[in-house]
Design a protein around this ligand. Structure first.
Ligand SMILES: Cc1cc2nc3c(=O)[nH]c(=O)nc-3n(C[C@H](O)[C@H](O)[C@H](O)COP(=O)(O)O)c2cc1C
Length: 370
């Protein structure tokens, strides 16, 4: 599974893996793919430094990347406290009442919420970049929107490639104008923030819109056959997020969540604003149902919703409150039916890719040429 881009980055397979877990990112790179660590959950730069140091020690010089959430527009001088103050009391009450209805215990005094999604904030993301550029990252990806021009320049000065996620050809062209190197075309079926266009439709649209810029296809990919399909659509590689959640290296901190993911079907996710205020695909739970219920107060815009629910999500996670327990995950969850190592996932992708190529060769009347 080699393409011009995988050769440029020096990886064996054109498989890019997004993950919030350093152990998974390292294992993806060691398995011949390209591990990308998500930085959004890190609020303290020292924690990110510790984990990037760990990655350096466990990737043996193999390339890896970092994914940040950096808005292109600067919002100067806004603190987390300013944003907290904008959250209406009625919404806070709704959170309290919902948690009480399910008997969700409080966090222990002084226990920090592990799920504060503040990495989106300009100042937090910038301190993350200072840490990241002290490490040998080969790729910097930006989740929501084009990265600011000075960040692109700083990355290029250090020979770091810049990628950005796009849910439409229009967004992809904006990224191209911002001077990035790789577009990740992320379809509707993906876990996390998504647009409304499916990967099958989006990938060739983006490939055509930004040519000759390399495009990675993301969303709904969990088998080698799907990798082959993405490459056939013109992608230079694939970008996978959901499949790593049920790997043995992933640390979801909640065995009940792993069980739910393994049991879920492809129809058990929902694109909901419950987690961050922007539509993000996740497991459908009684928590997402409560937020999406027209009888409720409705969600707040980003970043208010993320701050509003951060502690609640931590409590649900910590106490594994089954009906409310969820995570961002895509429709491919229906194929995630057993816990496997990252290496086993990559081996399976390789085998499935070869099968797909053989099949297409047979159909095209070129048997034995794969
Ligand atoms: C648990 C989880 C968290 C995610 N968080 C981020 C994020 O912080 N930044 C980002 O760029 N993408 C994030 N994504 C999206 C992935 O980068 C990727 O585009 C997506 O998972 C691909 O689709 P798939 O889930 O069908 O593999 C997340 C995905 C999952 C499953």
């Amino acid at each position: 599974m080699q393409t011009e881009l995988s050769r440029k980055l020096g990886v064996e397979h054109a498989v890019f893996g997004f993950t919030p877990f350093p152990a998974v990112a390292a294992a993806i790179s060691r398995a011949g793919g390209f591990g990308v660590l998500g930085a959004v959950r890190y609020t303290a730069p020292d924690d990110l430094k510790r984990d990037l140091d760990w990655l350096d020690a466990h990737t043996g010089g193999l390339p890896y990347g970092l994914d940040v959430v950096m808005p292109a527009k600067k919002v100067e001088g806004v603190t987390e406290a300013d944003v907290e103050a904008m959250i209406p009391e009625g919404h806070r009450r709704f959170v309290r009442e919902t948690l009480a209805r399910y008997g969700v215990p409080e966090l222990v005094e002084g226990e920090a919420s592990g799920w504060r999604i503040t990495g989106w904030m300009e100042q937090v993301a910038r301190t993350q970049l200072d840490v990241a550029f002290d490490h040998p990252i080969r790729l910097l990806a930006n989740a929501l929107g084009s990265p600011p021009a000075d960040v692109v320049a700083r990355a290029h000065d250090r020979d770091v490639l810049v990628a950005a996620l796009a849910g439409s050809a229009r967004h992809a062209r904006k990224h191209q104008e911002a001077g990035i190197d790789i577009v990740v075309a992320q379809g509707y079926e993906a876990g996390g923030h998504t647009g409304e266009i499916a990967t099958m439709v989006l990938t060739p649209e983006v490939v055509e819109a930004v040519a000759p810029l390399p495009v990675l296809a993301a969303g709904g990919i969990g088998s080698g056959q799907q990798v082959a399909a993405a490459l056939a659509l013109g992608a230079q590689g694939v970008w996978l997020g959901s499949v790593w959640l049920t790997t043995t290296e992933a640390d979801l901190h909640a065995p009940a969540l792993t069980r739910k993911l393994l049991a879920a079907g492809s129809g058990d996710t929902v694109r909901s604003r419950a987690l961050t205020g922007k539509p993000a695909r996740q497991l459908r739970t009684e928590w997402t149902d409560a937020w999406d219920d027209p009888a409720g107060p409705g969600t707040l815009p980003m970043p208010l919703q993320g701050l509003l629910v951060a502690e609640a999500v931590s409590r649900i996670q910590k106490y594994e409150v089954d009906p409310l327990l969820g995570t961002p995950v895509g429709q491919i969850v229906g194929r995630m039916t057993s816990e496997r190592s990252v290496q086993a996932v990559v081996d399976d992708l390789t085998r499935g890719f070869e099968k797909a190529v053989d099949r297409i060769n047979r159909i095209a009347g070129r048997s034995g040429q794969s």
